[in-house]
Each structure stands twice: as structure tokens, then as C-alpha cells.
Write a protein that binds this ligand. Structure first.
Ligand code: G6P
Length: 645
């Protein structure tokens, strides 16, 4: 949420800043701005709306400044207007600041500064920061006056007055050779080039320049000069830090011929599911079935070799009685599928909570409980805060209440990765489209692996059942490929018929109820069509009142426990004139008579079906939105990672 970039080095900064902001635009696109130090002044250019507006405004105002900061905004405090756009400056226009996060005590600080004569031009929380820094720069008691680290000291003093979660980049017209960075619970990474340094709130903005990066940790400041990078803590002590190597390539953040990132990411799903399975399924595992298995297990008096290799510490599993999962958005939907798997395969009672709700109404403490935070970005403020709260309230209690935390994320280098020592990575590669697709299916894959690992340890599945599930999982990538190949065009044609539709209902039951929620969310997010996901059996308790010929109903009907039930629920919708669309592998007479349109998926057993069932729903949402001429990758009002509460 909000993107920050910075550059210092021998090249002209503005073009580099704009290039970086392009890669971060998915973090917010309400306004954008850059500030450079040129001819002894801060030159600040800002524009409302998307980045191309800023580009246009910069036309004719180019300078050759070799230092600058930039920002793309997702509005929190103050409307998305130019006067609220970052960078913000002090009254003398010497200090410029970009911020990502929220300054919680900005009202008090603003009042205090106003009383000392400061004038504010925006409604933002950020504007207090350059004013505070300017005061500390002038304050003779600020240590190191006239020394190299004076700007750093002024920023450090200002930061110690701030409450909240934030990341900052600061430049000053009087210190033409340095950028000061601050990280406090919002991500910020430094990129190391040859005699030049970059910074960004997310690594896609760095990959085209360097693969040597250093992510700041909470409570750290950095001073970037053409000579190098110095890192300090909030107490002012210098820290020793080493860069690490980034494992993403520039190509991963390009569209590679696809019209939108979302479509590219939908098409990447067979590959990323395969990678994720290869990572966690034990290729040496050979199932011993029937008597053979029992004999070996008895003889060795131990659990036979696991089909899954997650690399987690055994202490997470010891005497495990409960699992609680905390997540937001699409990750919450994946967690609902996870709950089904953990309960039905491994027999562990599992609770899924919205992290934003859990923070203020935590469930009573249970013993021997594993808490899983699921967040593709690893930066969602509510998920991180809920996990932190859970950790704190358990610390110091008896052994069986001690915190056991596990993170599931696509970004192990994220704040989540720094916060939780046990991580399961989803290996989906960078996802740029704001609407999650490939990260969702890989979260599902990780949940299958976790549930199977637990099932193996608790011996809740027979070896032959375990084998069947693993064989079916291994077939998924090819089945997704087949689905994309056969159905994309068909779904595109069908989507054209819904370009003007106002409401949709998605129905699913059991393990596919979360897929109905996810299908509805995808459509809402990118096409702005109202859509509701509902458990099929509950439709008659309310949503059925919405139905008429203008409201299409998408029913996920996978053969298995609830197939007939879903079909009956679909019939109830049909009886109210709704146009029925079936996501199903069945193409028999009954299905043909029930559904007006089919979104066929390959034949798959019910347990594995969510990974296939969600794909036509992603494609349907994509084509409806594209047909409506909308900005699929950057839907209005949304941001890819929500780093504010
Ligand atoms: C935002 C995104 C959603 C995402 C949610 C949770 O709202 O737009 O696509 O599902 O955040 O993100 P996370 O990174 O925690 O999975």
C-alpha cells in the first residue's frame, strides 16, 4: 500500500524514479510524485491519479538531478488530490518526505507544530514529518550539527516522536548527497548498484537495477550516499548489515506479451503449482500399501517415511490439538479450504478468522495450538498485528499455551518472514495483478501439503488413500494446462454476454464454498459487478429473493458428497428464472438440462477440485472486466498489499 522509491548515484534520478514507480503502481494509484535536489533546491512534481499524469506533468521540467525520492499513493488520510500527494515538504521547502503507512499521533504533532507557526498545506498525516525534521535540523541541541550525520540525526529525532507503522525516505536541499530511510513496521529495501544506490518499498522496483539488496528491519534508519550505505538503530547506534541476493528476475515483472499481468499470472498457474508440489512432495516416497506398511511400521516402531517434506520444526506439531488461521481477503478464502483439509484429512479442529476481527475479539486461548498467518505479500497490517498479538498474549504462559507460529507467504523476505521463524513459501513468483490468482492456488497447494503431512504424522489416512491423493495432486498442473487451453476462448465468448450484468451469485458447498466466495470476490474486484458467494444450501434463507432472469447464478458442482445437493440448489435458482452456469466436469444429460452454460473442468475428485474449480472463475472475471474496458491489473480503490489497518 503506497510505493516508495529513491535513487542516489551518477545517473539522472527522475527517469529511474518513474521506472521504479511503474513497478510499484500496484501498491496504490491515487496520485504520484517525485522530488529531486537540483541547483540547491528541492524540485517537487506531483499529480493526481495514475502515473501517466505525473509523466505528462514532468514533460518539459526535466532536470539532471542525481538524487531523488518518489511515491505512488493509496489514500488513507485526505482525498486523492494533488495537494495530498507525496512528497510533502516543510514550510521552507528544504526537506521532502515520502511515507508509506500511518502516523497515528499526527493530530497532536500537527497542533503542536501549528502553535509554533508551521503552516500545513495538505490533509495528510505525512506532512508533519518534514516540518518536524526541519525543526530538528535548526535545533542547536541536535547532535552532530555541521557533521556528516546531521540530517540523519534530525530524522532520527523526528522519528522518535512518531507513533504508528511507517516507512520513510527523506531528502534535503542542504544535504545534496544523502537520502535517509526509516523503517518501522512497513517494508523498505535498499538496492546496491555500482556507485549508486536505490531504495523501494518492494523489490520489483529494484530487479532491473541490481540483485544485491538489504531489507531494513523495524526500528532501523539508513543513510545512503554515493559512497555507501550506513544502517543505524533508532537509538543512533551503527549496525553491521550484509546485502543478500534477490531471487527474482526482471522478466517476472514484465507482461511478456500478455495483455494484462492478471492473464499472464492465470497462465502461470500450471508452472507454479508444479514448482510448489516439487518443493513439498517427497520424490523418494514410495507408498507401502496394505500389510506391507503395517509390518514395516511395527518392526521399526516408528512412523514410516513421510510423503511430504515441509522442513518444519517438530515442535510445531507436538501434542497438537487446535489450529487457528489468521488472514485477510483472498488469503482468508484459501484458509477456509485449508480448514476443510486440516479437519477432514488430519482431524484437527481448525478455526479461521479475519485477522482484522481477531485483533479486537481474540478467541479464548486454547492449549497446544498452532497459529498460522496466511498472507501472500507478508505485509498485510492486520494479519501481522493479529499474529503479533497472539504471540504476545501466549508468551510467559505455561508450556502448553506457548505460541507456535507458522507463516504461509509468497514473500519469505517480507515482514512476516522476519516475524515468524517457521515459514512455508508458496513459490508463485512475484504477482503484479492486484487481484490474486496464482498466489491463491499455491496457497491451496501448501494447505494440501500441510494437511497431508499432519495426516501422515497422526496416521489419519490409510497409505492407499494417501497415495491416491498424492497421485491426483501430481496430475493437477497438466489438468490446469488442459483447462486453460480448452476453455479460455469459450469463457471469453461467454463473458461478452455478461458485460452489462449488474449482479451475480456464486454457489458452492463443502470444500468449494470458499471457491464460490473467491469467484465472487474476483468478479467484484476487477469488474465492479456486484457478486455474492454463498453456501448453496443457504441460498433459500435469503439470497434467493434476489433472483430473477437478470441475475446469473454460477454453481460449482463437483462430483462427490454434495454434488446432488448443489444440483438441487441450482434447480431452485432455475425455477426463479436465473441463468445457470455450472462449473463441473459432468456433461451428462442431467447437467445439460440443469445448466444454461457450462464452464467445464477436467474430471477430478471432490477433495482436489478447488484448485481446478477456481480457474474458470478467474478467467470469467478477467474477460468480463476486460470486455468492460476496465483496468484489470489496477482496479479502483484497491491495493495489492494493505499495509495500514
Ligand atoms: C488486498 C489485496 C487482496 C489480498 C488481500 C490480502 O486486499 O487486494 O488481493 O487478498 O489484500 O493480502 P495478503 O497479501 O495478506 O494475502
Amino acid at each position: 500500500m503506497c510505493g516508495i522509491v529513491g535513487y542516489i548515484g551518477p545517473q539522472a534520478a527522475t527517469e529511474i524514479l518513474i521506472g521504479g514507480l511503474e513497478k510499484l503502481e500496484y501498491r496504490g494509484y491515487d496520485s504520484a510524485g517525485v522530488a529531486t535536489v537540483w541547483e540547491g533546491e528541492v524540485q517537487c512534481v506531483r499529480a493526481k491519479g495514475k502515473l501517466h499524469n505525473l509523466r505528462e506533468k514532468l514533460n518539459g521540467r526535466e532536470n539532471l538531478a542525481q538524487i531523488g525520492i518518489g511515491h505512488t499513493r493509496w489514500a488513507t488520510h485526505g482525498k486523492p488530490e494533488e495537494y495530498n500527494a507525496h512528497p510533502h515538504m516543510d514550510s521552507a521547502q528544504r526537506v521532502a518526505v515520502v511515507q508509506n503507512g500511518i502516523i497515528e499521533n499526527y493530530r497532536e504533532l500537527r497542533e503542536e507544530l501549528k502553535q509554533r507557526g508551521h503552516k500545513f498545506l495538505s490533509e495528510t498525516d505525512t506532512e508533519v514529518i518534514p516540518h518536524l525534521i526541519a525543526e530538528y535540523l535548526l535545533d542547536s541541541s541536535t547532535p552532530d550539527l555541521n557533521q556528516d550525520t546531521h540530517l540523519l540525526e534530525a530524522v532520527r529525532q523526528a522519528v522518535n516522536r512518531l507513533e504508528g507503522a511507517f516507512a520513510l525516505a527523506v531528502i534535503c536541499a542542504d544535504y545534496t548527497d544523502e537520502i535517509i530511510l526509516v523503517r518501522q513496521q512497513a517494508p523498505l529495501t535498499i538496492g546496491f548498484g555500482q556507485g549508486e544506490f536505490f531504495c523501494a518499498s518492494d523489490t520489483p522496483a529494484l530487479v532491473s537495477h541490481t540483485s544485491a539488496v538489504l531489507s531494513l528491519e523495524n526500528g532501523e534508519l539508513a543513510r545512503l550516499t554515493p559512497l555507501g550505505v550506513e544502517v543505524y538503530n533508532f537509538e543512533g547506534a551503527r549496525l553491521k548489515k550484509m546485502p543478500r541476493t534477490l531471487n527474482i528476475t526482471p522478466g517476472q515483472v514484465e507482461k511478456q506479451g500478455f495483455r494484462h499481468f492478471m492473464l499472464k499470472e492465470i497462465y502461470e498457474q500450471p508452472g507454479v503449482v508444479r514448482t510448489c508440489l516439487d518443493t513439498y512432495l517427497n520424490s523418494d516416497w514410495h507408498p507401502l500399501v496394505g500389510d506391507q506398511e503395517e509390518v514395516v511400521a511395527d518392526a521399526q516402531n516408528q512412523i514410516p517415511q513421510s510423503p511430504i517434506n515441509l522442513g518444519l520444526s517438530d515442535s510445531l506439531y507436538e501434542n497438537l490439538e487446535h489450529i487457528q488461521i489468521l488472514a485477510c481477503g483472498t488469503s482468508w478464502h484459501a484458509s477456509l479450504v485449508g480448514k476443510y483439509l486440516l479437519e477432514q484429512l488430519a482431524g484437527i479442529p481448525t478455526m479461521v478468522q479475519y485477522a482484522s476481527e481477531f485483533r479486537y475479539a481474540p478467541v479464548p486461548l486454547t492449549k497446544n495450538t498452532l497459529t498460522i498467518g496466511v498472507t501472500q505479500s507478508g505485509e498485510t497490517a492486520d494479519t501481522l498485528a493479529a499474529l503479533d498479538m497472539e504471540k504476545r498474549r501466549r508468551e510467559g504462559l505455561e508450556a502448553e499455551y506457548q505460541p507456535r507460529l507458522l507463516g504461509i507467504t509468497n514473500r519469505p523476505e517480507s515482514t512476516l518472514g522476519q516475524m515468524v521463524s517457521q515459514i512455508l513459501e508458496t513459490h508463485a513468483g512475484i504477482e503484479v495483478g492486484v487481484a490474486a490468482t496464482k498466489t491463491f492456488v499455491t496457497q491451496l497447494v501448501v494447505f494440501y501439503c500441510l494437511a497431508l503431512d499432519l495426516a501422515h504424522r497422526r496416521q489419519t489416512l490409510s497409505p492407499s488413500r494417501m497415495k491416491d491423493i498424492i497421485v491426483s495432486l501430481r496430475q493437477l498442473p497438466a489438468e490446469i494446462e488442459q483447462l486453460l487451453e480448452k476453455q479460455d476462448r469459450h469463457i471469453e465468448e461467454l463473458a461478452h454476454e455478461f458485460a452489462e450484468t449488474k449482479d451475480f451469485i456464486f454457489l458452492g458447498r463443502g470444500i468449494n464454498f470458499p471457491i464460490a466466495l473467491e469467484g465472487a470476490l474476483k468478479l467484484k474486484e476487477i469488474s465492479y459487478i456486484h457478486a455474492e458467494g454463498y453456501p448453496a444450501g443457504e441460498m433459500k434463507h435469503g439470497p434467493i429473493a434476489l433472483l430473477d432472469a437478470k441475475v446469473p447464478v454460477v454453481a460449482i458442482a463437483m462430483p462427490g458428497t454434495v454434488y446432488e445437493k448443489v444440483l438441487s440448489n441450482a434447480q431452485e435458482a432455475k425455477a426463479r428464472d436465473a441463468r445457470l452456469i455450472g462449473v463441473t466436469p459432468i456433461s451428462n444429460q442431467e447437467a445439460a438440462e440443469t445448466f444454461d452454460d457450462l464452464l467445464p473442468v477436467p474430471t477430478v475428485e471432490e477433495l482436489l477440485s478447488p484448485i481446478l474449480a477456481v480457474i474458470p472463475l478467474q478467467i470469467l472475471a478477467y474477460h468480463i472486466a476486460a470486455r468492460r474496458g476496465l483496468d484489470v491489473d489496477q482496479p479502483r480503490n484497491l491495493a495489492k498489499s494493505v499495509t495500514v489497518e
